[in-house]
Ligand binder design. Structure first.
Ligand code: NAP
Length: 371
């Protein structure tokens, strides 16, 4: 029977992956074995069947017995263990949520509703490393994959509004701690309906600038503010998150000529949905109804939201989209700059299509190959 090793299953991405696999009844037809870097011998997740106690995620001899390894553990673990597995002659499928191997020549970035053809070519040529993409890039491609596939994108500039979850579980907690701190500090002013808004404003900013404000993880206030820098610095004044936009999009699509993509990535006080406003230079003038049709026909999850205030505020927000696989796209219109300049706004749950779902679906594809 096919043996599948799961590493990093109890982290944020891993737990969403487990939930989705259980919801889709994926745990059948193979032998699952669960690994940990810190809880050897303890109980694994409740997947509705008997499973052995947790094994050591650094135990190469144990890992090489798996046909497929699915890992959401993180880059440090991948960098340490993956080379040892391949050196030991392991030929199995490595399916990974971390970025460690993403830009390797012999890896494929997986997002099968968008690049199933690239994945199939990889499988046919014997490639064995299939890596989940950056969350913002994956969500952008789920939203406008149709425009790329129809050759309509000359270039894109993006303005992102990224959730706390992209920075990790601790940061999600810190965002709410910051909100709670502000609310508690300003409570007496809030309780007075006749109170002046500027007094409230001063109290809030004093709290945010105070030394007791909880900023251990973000380093700065996010609640009541925005952080226009995500990840480390790379060349040309770009952040690493911004750099990923161009390199990962082009790798996922397997483009022959690089399509320029650039913008500013901004952390905002949403919990787990990334939003992005895109300006797209079209390769030709296409009417808006045709554009909407191309976008909505690209996959089963993208949903075009009519460009009205009511529909936009009801369906095109993190509050509406969190926990859902749908990827709504709205505010679609041509810009004053000219009829080849398109703008739109899209929202997606970054733990689903941004992280766990492409990994789950690649696991199913790999199973077809090894079974
Ligand atoms: P995470 O929540 O920090 O979990 C990673 C591992 O930390 C767990 O599998 C677990 O491993 C260990 N851990 C330690 N204390 C824990 C606790 N109290 N609860 C749960 N787990 C704990 O990491 P993640 O956000 O899921 O990210 C995993 C990888 O996916 C990273 O490489 C990340 O860059 C990538 N990724 C993340 C996102 C995202 O939105 N967060 C999106 C795309 C890709 P042990 O059982 O071995 O201790």
């Amino acid at each position: 029977m096919v043996k599948v090793a799961f590493i990093g299953w109890r982290g944020m991405v891993g737990s969403v992956l487990m939930d989705r696999m259980i919801a889709e009844n994926d745990f059948n037809g193979f032998e699952p074995v669960f690994f940990t870097t810190s809880q050897f011998g303890q109980r694994g997740p409740d997947i509705g069947m008997d499973i052995p106690p947790l094994k050591d995620a650094y135990d190469v001899k144990e890992l090489v017995t798996a046909d497929i390894i699915v890992t959401c553990q993180g880059s440090d673990h991948t960098k340490e263990v993956y080379p040892k597995l391949r050196k030991a002659g392991w030929k199995g499928f490595w399916i990974d949520a971390s970025s460690a191997l993403r830009m390797n020549d012999d890896s494929i970035i997986v997002l099968d509703p968008v690049n199933r053809d690239v994945i199939e070519r990889g499988l046919a040529s014997g490639m064995k490393d299939y890596i989940g993409g950056n969350c913002t890039v994956s969500l952008m491609l789920m939203a406008i994959g149709g425009l790329f596939h129809n050759g309509l994108v000359e270039w894109i500039t993006s303005m992102t509004y990224q959730a706390a979850s992209g920075a990790g579980a601790k940061n999600m907690r810190e965002l709410i701690e910051q909100m709670a701190y502000i609310g508690k500090d300003a409570k007496d002013l809030l309780d007075d309906p006749a109170g002046a808004a500027l007094d409230l404003d001063k109290r809030v900013i004093d709290a945010m600038r105070g030394s007791a404000f909880p900023v251990e993880n973000f380093g700065f206030p996010l609640a009541g503010s925005v952080l226009p820098w995500i990840d480390s610095e790379v060349a040309n004044g770009q952040s690493r998150e911004e750099w990923k936009g161009i390199v990962e999009t082009n790798k996922i699509l397997g483009t022959e000529k690089t399509i320029p993509i650039d913008g500013i990535c901004v952390r905002i006080g949403a919990m787990r949905c990334h939003s992005q406003g895109l300006t797209i230079k079209l390769t030709r003038d296409v009417p808006l109804d045709e554009i909407a049709g191309i976008i909505s026909e690209a996959n089963d999850w993208v949903k075009v939201i009519p460009n009205t205030k009511e529909q936009t505020l009801k369906y095109l927000t993190p509050a509406a989209v969190t926990g859902r696989l749908d990827v709504p796209v709205g505010r679609i219109r041509k810009l004053n700059a000219g009829s080849e300049y398109l703008t739109l706004f899209t929202v997606g749950d970054q733990l689903l299509w941004g992280a766990a779902e492409p990994i789950r679906r690649m696991f199913k594809i790999a199973m077809e190959y090894v079974s």
